[in-house]
Design a protein around this ligand. Structure first.
Ligand code: ADP
Ligand code: MG
Length: 289
């Protein structure tokens, strides 16, 4: 049986959430779920916990849009196939063969796994790629990177239609250029572009680190709040490296493009998303313009 004090704690938690529930009513929240958070220790539990958090956001009146990566899952299949891979400035060099693997993993494995985990709770999630309804139009970033695309346009129509129906879009970031050529788009960058295009209130990155560190090697150096200008300086001075670069650049662009707040949170912590959205406790790093 629940003791009175435990019940009081639960009531306090719900009451604390009330102003946030009211404030975020009908607002769009873009959540990027990193492949590393997905692959992290928690496994199926982490996926199920993420899925129920997303459903909770939707149930209290927010409009979540999920954008996902799949780096470790792509690396695993490339490894099994004996295909080598190389990164330049955090972007995977993508030849035709690698592009096939990227598409197989994102559209055949990661996206349907996320959709299925959410749909345990009801007929809620719809999986789509950037090629669907021309959600993400792309162009090649640099011939040296192969089929890596940058987003030139976001067509929000399909997202608006799904959100109007109170469905949860789950986006795999494969885009297509004007000729229909598929491109591998960095999921961090795509999430930022989508957040700005739909006028999201929040853009949240769930990754495998507690937040943005002032000193990469020091877990105690997590910055709780930082502005876009400060972030640009941290990229220039080498504080931010590897997979954090596209995240931070996307946060800067998104908050300058009208998104009120961007957050980098530890997706390995169960319910980090709920802590950020519904409590007074600051978790991870918050980025504002
Ligand atoms: P995801 O799958 O979430 O995109 P990434 O590995 O691409 O994950 O990016 C997160 C990683 O970025 C962290 O695990 C960390 O190794 C690296 N990183 C680089 N610079 C920093 C920094 N200043 N603070 C925190 N993490 C950083
Ligand atoms: Mg990454």
């Amino acid at each position: 049986m629940t003791t009175p004090s435990a019940a009081a704690t639960k009531a306090a938690v719900l009451v604390e959430a009330l102003p946030y529930i009211q404030r975020w009513q009908d607002r769009i929240v873009v959540v990027k779920y990193g492949g590393n958070a997905l692959a992290g220790g928690g496994g199926r539990d982490a996926l199920a916990s993420f899925a129920s958090d997303i459903v909770l956001l939707r149930s209290v009146g927010m409009h979540p849009v999920v954008v996902h990566g799949g780096g470790p899952q792509i690396a695993a299949l490339l490894g099994r196939l004996g295909i080598g891979t190389e990164f330049v400035r955090g972007l995977r060099v993508t030849d035709a063969q690698t592009l096939d693997v990227v598409r197989m993993v994102l559209l055949g494995q990661v996206n349907p796994d996320l959709v299925a985990a959410i749909n345990v709770h009801g007929p809620l999630a719809v999986g789509l790629s950037g090629a669907d309804s021309r959600l993400l139009t792309t162009r090649a970033v640099d011939p040296a990177l192969g089929f890596v695309g940058e987003v030139t346009a976001v067509n929000r129509t399909v997202l608006d239609q799904l959100l109007t129906q109170r469905l949860i879009p789950v986006v795999a970031t494969i885009g297509a250029d004007a000729s229909g050529q598929a491109h591998n788009v960095n999921a961090d960058t795509a999430a930022g572009a989508i957040a700005a295009a739909v006028g999201a209130e929040k853009l949240i990155y769930l990754t495998d680190v507690e937040g943005l560190r002032r000193d990469v090697g020091d877990p105690a150096s997590v910055l709780s709040a930082v502005t876009a200008d400060e972030l640009s300086a941290l990229v220039s001075d080498g504080t931010i490296t590897a997979g954090m670069i596209p995240k931070v650049e996307a946060c800067v662009r998104a908050v300058r493009g009208g998104v009120r707040q961007a957050h980098i949170l530890d997706g390995r912590v169960l319910h980090a998303l709920l802590l950020e959205v519904f409590t007074d406790q600051g978790v991870g790093t918050m980025i504002t313009a």
